[in-house]
Every structure is written in structure tokens, then in C-alpha cells.
Design a protein. Structure first.
Length: 199
């Protein structure tokens, strides 16, 4: 069984439990106020195993499964016996790094809540983009595909714009902070990947 599948199953089980138990949901979601006040540091990680609804869970885990299994196979080739450790650090780092803006902005905001694995999923997707920058990627309902690196730039620009201008409760900053972590982490592990990009 792959690490991707193990994470997917764990996330599905926790999310399903939390969606059926509001008390559990609010015990493990991301609340900067509770972290700051009660030192509930576990929320930096636990929130990534909870999702707002079934649609949120399905989309995140579908994207994670598609890219996670590919990145696992690339990491195994690139890093040999350390690939599992590095893949886990990629996912965990994406979770943690993506919480930085939310925590910084909302430490005094009792009403702020966030959930989801989007930061970690973005880290995995952008690790793939660095490894395979010319791979064709597309979005649902769009009939054509574009190189992964162009897709990555457009997605980052969109998320940055939405973070600054959207009134929705989606933590768009988590998406691009997770993406940035995925790029930087993978580059640090294998700097020559960036050289391949320019070949």
C-alpha cells in the first residue's frame, strides 16, 4: 500500500467522523485563537484531516491521489531509500507552511476556523510541476491542456488574487503557501531539477 493511499484513507476516516460529529470537528480544526490561547499546537496538523463537506474532501483527495502516486514514484527514483521520508516531509511541510498566513492574521480572531488538506495537496502538485514542468495539465471542463509550469503560474496568480480580493471563507493563501513550499522543498532536495527546467 502506498503512502498516498494511507494518507487518503486516514483523511477520509477522520473527515467522515468529524462531519458526523460537530464536537470532534471543532476540537481538531484550525483555530489560531485556540492555538495561541490554549497552546493547542496539534491543530497545526489535525486540521488537514478534516474537511468542510464531502465535496471538499472528494476534490482534495482526488487531486492528491492523482499527483501523490506520481510524486511517490519520482521520489523513489530520485532519492532511493530516503524517498518515503522525503515524501512524508513534503506532505507535512505543506500542511504546516500553509498555516502561516492564517495563524499570523487570526491569532486574536475567535471566529476564524479553517480545515482541509489543500496546503499539503498543493505542495505535492507543485513538487510534480518542478519534476515534470512540461507535462500537460488541465482543469475540469476545459477541453485543452497546457504545460505544467504555465498551469502552475496561472494557478498561483489566481490564488493570490482571490486571497486579496475574495470575500469567501476559502483560505486561498494556504493554497499558494503550500505550493511554494512544495517547490522550495523539492528544489532543496534536488537543485538540478531547476536546471532541467531550463534545458
Amino acid at each position: 500500500m502506498t503512502i498516498t493511499l494511507l494518507i487518503l484513507i486516514a483523511t477520509g476516516l477522520v473527515s467522515a467522523s468529524a462531519l458526523n460529529n460537530q464536537e470532534l470537528f471543532y476540537k481538531i480544526d484550525f483555530q489560531p485563537f485556540m492555538i495561541d490561547r490554549n497552546k493547542q499546537w496539534y491543530r497545526f496538523v489535525s486540521h488537514a484531516f478534516v474537511h468542510a463537506d464531502w465535496g471538499h474532501l472528494v476534490v482534495n483527495m482526488f487531486v492528491f491521489y492523482q499527483f501523490g502516486k506520481l510524486v511517490e514514484s519520482y521520489f523513489e527514483v530520485l532519492f532511493g531509500s530516503k524517498w518515503m521520508l522525503y515524501f512524508c516531509l513534503l506532505y507535512l511541510g505543506g500542511i504546516l507552511f500553509s498555516t502561516i498566513p492564517g495563524y499570523a492574521r487570526n491569532r486574536s480572531n475567535y471566529h476564524y476556523h479553517a480545515v482541509g488538506a489543500s496546503g499539503a495537496v498543493s505542495a505535492v502538485v507543485y513538487a510534480f510541476i518542478l519534476i515534470e514542468p512540461m507535462a500537460p495539465l488541465g482543469l475540469f471542463l476545459i477541453p485543452f491542456r497546457i504545460p505544467a509550469w504555465i498551469f502552475g503560474l496561472l494557478y498561483l496568480a489566481l490564488e493570490y488574487y482571490l486571497d486579496k480580493n475574495s470575500k469567501s471563507r476559502v483560505a486561498h493563501s494556504a493554497h499558494y503557501f503550500g505550493a511554494v513550499f512544495g517547490l522550495i522543498f523539492t528544489f532543496i532536495l534536488k537543485p538540478e531539477l531547476l536546471l532541467r527546467f531550463f534545458e
